[in-house]
Design a protein around this ligand. Structure first.
Ligand SMILES: [Zn+2]
Length: 412
């Protein structure tokens, strides 16, 4: 049973049926799923949610499926970790990591959006699915499509990390690398979606797919005892995640599922090598000027972010801020998180940790406030970004070990 009323244009309010539609044909703005919140509020309670399986479907009334999901049963409900050692390193008291680097099946937050999109493709009876991706979405579409028995056609930029390419091809997906950056790939993908009647998850299934991201926000609230945090620091690629987290918290408030009010300040994080949204926020505008990306944080390398305008607006409205960090700061962020909390994040996670550090130094994140840092992908996929000295090789003799450990202790 679904509580979805229809699709609605975010800008002009035009109403559309529940079908695979890429955007508003009047003004080209993205479409939002509109729900019957009155009916949901009669249906959904803390007790009902807590009795359900620990996956993203525990919030199913707020997701746009008409039928029971057939894939994505393991996705969502990732750990919210209290990060005291990282907090001490950064000079704050209450810091949490929302850790989607262990999400299932493919170790990134994209497993949330593809869970919704691939099930939706099955409901629509589509014969194939596809996407334009910077890597994580490719991994996730390929895995979920395989589990759903659907062929997948996946387009990626030709400079992606090798681990992400392998982790897409292994699922039997048809992968095509396009000479160019994500924005070039996405443009081609939109043309293909017009030509073939496939479900492109980030084109004509976009209104539905984005809804999966709200569960990242729902889980944070539930895991904090039905309270919204003071701050969330979120990495920005296309800008959709940040706006959906905000939508999720506001929905919980509207439905009476939130203890207290939704005063969460939403902060955006980008790499300096691809910072169109943070630039807009710093200039106190929502007008996004596209850039040509050049950063090791490839999963965030979207120069012309589809939801950038909306993301910048939500950051401003919520009282948040946005910052960007250099490639060197990103690597420092990855290492700091790994060495303090034992969490190995991909480059995007290095971005959020390094940006959080900067926002604390600037006073945007206050010492006594409760802050959540979003970790959206796993470091095993972006190992090329880290250069470490190889370990010393020794003979299999105790005396060799004693000599080696003496040298290691001296440098530690
Ligand atoms: Zn419109």
């Amino acid at each position: 049973m679904s509580f979805v009323k229809n699709l609605q244009c975010r800008e002009c309010g035009a109403i559309y049926p529940k079908e695979p539609i890429a955007g508003c044909s009047e003004c080209f703005a993205p479409l939002e799923v509109d729900y019957d919140y009155q009916a949901i509020s009669r249906h959904l309670s803390h007790d009902i949610i807590q009795q359900r399986e620990k996956n993203l479907w525990r919030y199913r009334e707020l997701l746009p499926l008409e039928q029971e999901p057939v894939v994505g049963r393991a996705s969502g409900f990732t750990p919210l970790i209290r990060a005291d050692r990282l907090a001490r390193a950064l000079g704050v008291e209450r810091l949490y990591i929302k850790n989607d680097s262990v999400n299932a099946p493919t170790l990134s937050f994209k497993d949330r959006v593809t869970s919704v999109a691939i099930n939706k493709a099955r409901e629509f009876g589509l014969q194939a699915v596809g996407c334009a991706s910077t890597g994580n979405l490719a991994n996730s579409v390929a895995a979920q499509a395989a589990a759903a028995g659907l062929p997948a056609y996946i387009l990626i930029p030709d400079n992606l990390e090798k681990s992400k390419v392998v982790a897409t091809q292994i699922f039997g997906a048809r992968v095509i690398a396009v000479r160019g950056n994500y924005d070039d790939v996405n443009r081609l993908c939109t043309q293909i979606a017009d030509r073939f009647s496939w479900g492109f998850v980030n084109v004509n299934l976009r209104p539905f797919y984005g809804e999966g991201s709200k569960t990242f926000g729902y889980e944070i609230v539930e895991q904090l005892g039905w309270r919204a945090p003071d701050n969330i620091v979120v990495p920005m690629a296309g800008g959709s995640l940040i706006s959906k987290i905000y939508k999720g918290i506001k929905e919980f408030e509207k439905l009476g599922l939130l203890a207290g009010e939704a005063n969460t300040k939403i902060h955006g994080a980008q790499a300096t090598g691809c910072n169109p949204i943070t630039t807009a926020v710093k200039q106190r505008t929502t007008k996004i000027r596209p850039v040509k990306p050049n950063t090791i944080a490839k999963s965030l390398a979207i120069g012309n972010p589809a939801d950038g305008y909306h993301a910048a607006g939500i950051i401003a409205k919520s009282g948040g801020w946005a910052e960007d960090v250099t490639d060197a700061e990103i690597v420092d962020g990855i290492r700091l998180l790994a060495e303090t909390e034992g969490v190995f994040a991909e480059t995007a996670g290095g971005v959020t940790v390094a940006v959080a550090k900067k926002l604390i130094e600037q006073g945007h994140l206050k010492r006594d406030e409760l802050t959540v840092i979003a970790i959206t992908g796993n470091g095993l996929k972006t190992q090329e970004a880290i250069e470490l000295a190889p370990p010393q090789i020794i003979e299999p003799k105790l005396i060799a070990f004693e000599a080696a450990i003496g040298a290691l202790r001296a440098t530690a």
